[in-house]
Design a binder for this molecule. Sequence first.
Ligand code: AMP
Ligand code: MG
Length: 346
Amino acid sequence: MTTAGAALARPPFMRRVLLPFEISPHAPEISGSVQHLHGQTMGTTWSVKLVLADMSRLSSLQIAIEQALDSVVMQMSTWLPDSNLSRFNAAPPGGWHSLPDDFFRVLDYGLQVSADSGGAFDVTSGALVELWGFGPTRSPDDARHEPPTTMEVANALGRCGWQRVTLDREQRCARQEGVRLDFSAIAKGFAVDRLSELLQHRGIDHHLVEIGGELRGCGCKPDGQPWWVTLESPNGAAHDADLIALHGLAVATSGDYRRYFELDGKRYSHSIDPRRGRPIDNEVAAVTVVHSDCMTADALSTALTVMGAEEGLQYAEHRGLAARFVLRTAAGFSEHCTPVFNAMLQ
Ligand code: AMP
Ligand code: MG
């Protein structure tokens, strides 16, 4: 295999750290201490660590965070039949629908990534996601004896395609021609950004937000240290995992190990290649993207996972992205990083 990125060999048990290119001169709130709020959302967990001086604010912050998350779910969930997204999907094709702001923002950006990635990422993949058992009506854990037929795949493909959604940016309206939106590859990242913005808006500049493994960190801890987090790895090995300083940075990871089912020894990932109508069949185990915002990192980590190493590394390098590919090879995992990712490594 030829890849555009550099494969990194490193001695066993060597821990590497990633640092942001820019360190803000803004000093942390020395008088505060780190507080932890957490809960459940979007079928996963959320966690917010924040530096706070006045503890009496904690309960109102928990409520505000839960309200913000509930609002994202009410707008973008595929699982709630009365979410804005489910109603948009269920509406007869061809009509114009006025959309709430957050929904519009995510759809607008999702369509841009869909077009720019040539459909490797596609926010209109709902019918395929459903067909392969990763949507709300069927679980990948349900007993199955065979994958969908070629005819079923062709039918689902006929109900996908980002070109079949039209936006009216002035009226904040959208129209779909028989496709089903699925925001699962982007909504968690959006929600992380949303919480980070909420905290900043309330004057809480030093925080770390996490939803289901997607993260964004701002400012520092009271001891002046940045928010250090471990980069997710497909084999779960923590001893030599990379650490990243999330100081004005977000990170998202996609991979075939996160959700999948196995049939006759073959792994079917929840990462679907909408260009083929099937789960990815490349050597990618995981892709991590580091970016200033989490929605971008989330969408692009999915896009690069679907593209695979060769196409994905070229795409990422061309756009100056910080991305790390972990590939499954006969000899074990191998890692390929873009030059920007390598430049962040110490
Ligand atoms: P992520 O973990 O962010 O890569 O998101 C994976 C989820 O996004 C899947 O469970 C699907 O619901 C959806 N999905 C799968 N493949 C794609 C794709 N190529 N483009 C957009 N969404 C996808
Ligand atoms: Mg994603």
